[in-house]
Design a protein around this ligand. Structure first.
Ligand code: ADP
Length: 260
């Protein structure tokens, strides 16, 4: 969008169309930029009052001002919802800031997967869900924080939307010039008509169920944005016998495989 097409010197209809096309892409590019700036400003502006709310609530708790079970329960809800709003604002900021981040370090995906599995251990245990990792050393060039975030979102969903007592299986493999991470669960699965839409911001298959589980519908759009930023892709598939499989594919240049 940012590079205008060369306008033929002919001065004919094609030259006229090229000028119009260049103008249209310039306007579109400006509109994208404005939209991004708006989302960034909105998220930044929301951060300050949220921080104030959090510190005041912490103070309330610390000073022992919750004197009845009712006020204690109320404060729990307020804190929980403020945390949720905070996570949403952080996701929005991440989505709008992606382009500006460094992404050329060697990142060991297997190591990230172990880290993420550790972070999710408690949530998985609470639902009696086992996380099974099958890894081979796979290194890509990218941004470790973003890639960890993408893996976290996929694995968190696999825990969240799994059946109680189910298993989350995560496989990292290298296939030629690509690294592939598969995240499988044994949950309800995703109806075929929604398998693309789930990657759109704020889309949730079952709004009331997803809301109960705490999601705003930004997790997968962030995964897709991160995958694309690394020149890769992500898609959802059905698993025979129930459940979903998410496939994250990232280019894996030769030089990323040399010993770090
Ligand atoms: P949310 O915050 O709602 O989890 P996501 O963007 O991560 O947002 O996911 C979008 C929707 O896709 C979810 O609300 C859910 O309906 C569906 N979804 C995501 N992962 C899974 C999964 N592993 N199994 C079933 N449904 C899923």
């Amino acid at each position: 969008l940012d590079t205008p097409l060369p306008v033929p010197a002919s001065g004919d209809e094609v030259a006229g169309l090229t000028v119009s096309f260049n103008q249209m892409s310039q306007n579109l590019s400006r509109a994208f930029q404005q939209q991004k700036q708006f989302a960034q400003c909105a998220a930044h502006e929301l951060r300050t009052p949220l921080a104030v709310l959090k510190t005041r609530m912490a103070l309330f708790r610390k000073k022992g001002l919750c004197t009845t079970p009712e006020t204690a329960a109320l404060l729990d809800v307020l804190e929980e919802q403020t945390e949720r709003l905070s996570a949403l604002v952080n996701d929005l900021l991440s989505l709008t800031n992606l382009d500006d981040l460094e992404r050329s370090a060697r990142v060991d995906l297997s190591q990230l997967l172990t880290q993420v599995a550790g972070t999710l251990e408690e949530a998985a245990r609470a639902q009696n869900i086992a996380i099974q990792l099958e890894r081979e050393p796979v290194t890509v060039l990218g941004n470790a924080i973003l890639l960890e975030r993408a893996l976290f979102n996929l694995m968190e969903n696999a825990v969240k939307y799994n059946r109680p007592g189910g298993t989350v299986t995560v496989r990292a493999t290298r296939a030629g010039a690509y690294a592939q991470v598969e995240v499988c669960d044994e949950g309800l699965g995703i109806p075929p008509e929604f398998r693309e839409q789930i990657f759109e911001p704020f889309f949730r298959v079952d709004k009331s169920r997803s809301r109960q589980l705490g999601g705003a519908g930004l997790g997968l759009s962030l995964v897709r944005a991160i995958a694309e930023l690394h020149g890769g892709s992500v898609r959802a598939e059905a698993v025979q016998g129930g459940g979903s499989r998410f496939l994250l594919v990232l280019p894996c240049p030769e030089e990323a495989q040399c010993k770090i």
